[in-house]
Design a protein around this ligand. Structure first.
Ligand code: C5P
Length: 242
């Protein structure tokens, strides 16, 4: 492999300089972290599955007109993406109570929320990604109001699409996390969907059994992480029926 300049290394991915200006290579690692990296581990084969699942989902979203950073998959662990300036906000969309909202508000896990909730978290590892409101985002200039409007709009659209996609294969989309970025055309900034969509950042439950098919298997020491990710890929038609 030729040596490439590493731009960034995150918990589950590495970004390298791309072949052309304005592009990057996104490499999917097998590393897994939880609880703000207090728990660390490896899920052998996860990177390959997430690369494939995220490619599939981003391609489908592109087909319905959601602008994304995805260009094409390069190999088992890498995809070519557009370079963008990441908005320092994690956008969490929730359809069903689980995880931090269940804990914070004392809700029973599995409660169907009367309406979809969008939450924002400020991306800062040292602070443990605190939840913030649109007031904070505007006050500190993390994104403009126009950008937040586009982000919320896209988040709802993505949720509607993914809820249907997963329901069609017997999976309940409980919640998930999105990240967005800016790309500049001359002086005009446009918001695009960035990062990845995979079982690392989604809660996905089997509709009939309630079985967890996502990173909660790692977070909660349930075991069978890779089998769960494989099951998601299989249901999406990305692996042969087993
Ligand atoms: O932990 P919490 O309930 O807030 O997570 C909500 C959703 O966002 C989950 O699907 C989780 O996988 C995802 N998430 C993430 N990265 C984070 C925090 C949450 O992918 N840093």
């Amino acid at each position: 492999m030729t040596r490439r300049r590493q731009i960034y290394e995150g918990k589950a991915k590495i970004l390298y300089e791309g072949p052309e200006p304005g592009t990057l290579i996104q490499y999917f690692k097998d590393d897994a972290t939880a609880f703000n990296a207090q728990k660390k581990g490896t899920i052998s084969g996860k990177g390959v599955l997430n690369n494939r699942i995220s490619e599939h989902v981003f391609t489908l979203l592109g087909n319905i007109g959601v602008p994304t950073h995805f260009i094409r998959r390069l190999n088992m662990r890498e995809q070519l993406i557009r370079q963008c300036e990441i908005v320092p906000i994690e956008v969490v969309i929730r359809n069903v109570a689980a995880g931090s909202i269940a804990k914070r508000l004392g809700l029973e896990e599995g409660l169907q929320l009367p309406r979809t909730i969008i939450e924002y978290y400020y991306k800062d590892d040292a602070l443990g990604d605190p939840i913030v409101s649109e007031e904070h985002i505007a006050c500190f200039g993390w994104a403009s109001q126009d950008e937040m409007h586009d982000i919320a709009d896209m988040a709802i659209r993505i949720n509607d699409f993914l809820t249907g996609l997963f329901a069609g294969v017997g999976i309940r989309l409980v919640d998930f996390k999105l990240e967005f970025g800016r790309i500049y055309d001359n002086d005009y900034a446009r918001i695009i969907l960035a990062d990845e969509i995979s079982p690392d950042g989604c809660r996905l439950w089997d509709m009939t059994t309630g079985e967890k098919l996502d990173k909660d298997r790692f977070r909660q020491d349930l075991g069978g992480e890779v089998e769960a990710y494989q099951e998601i890929a299989r249901r999406l038609g990305l692996l042969p029926e087993g």
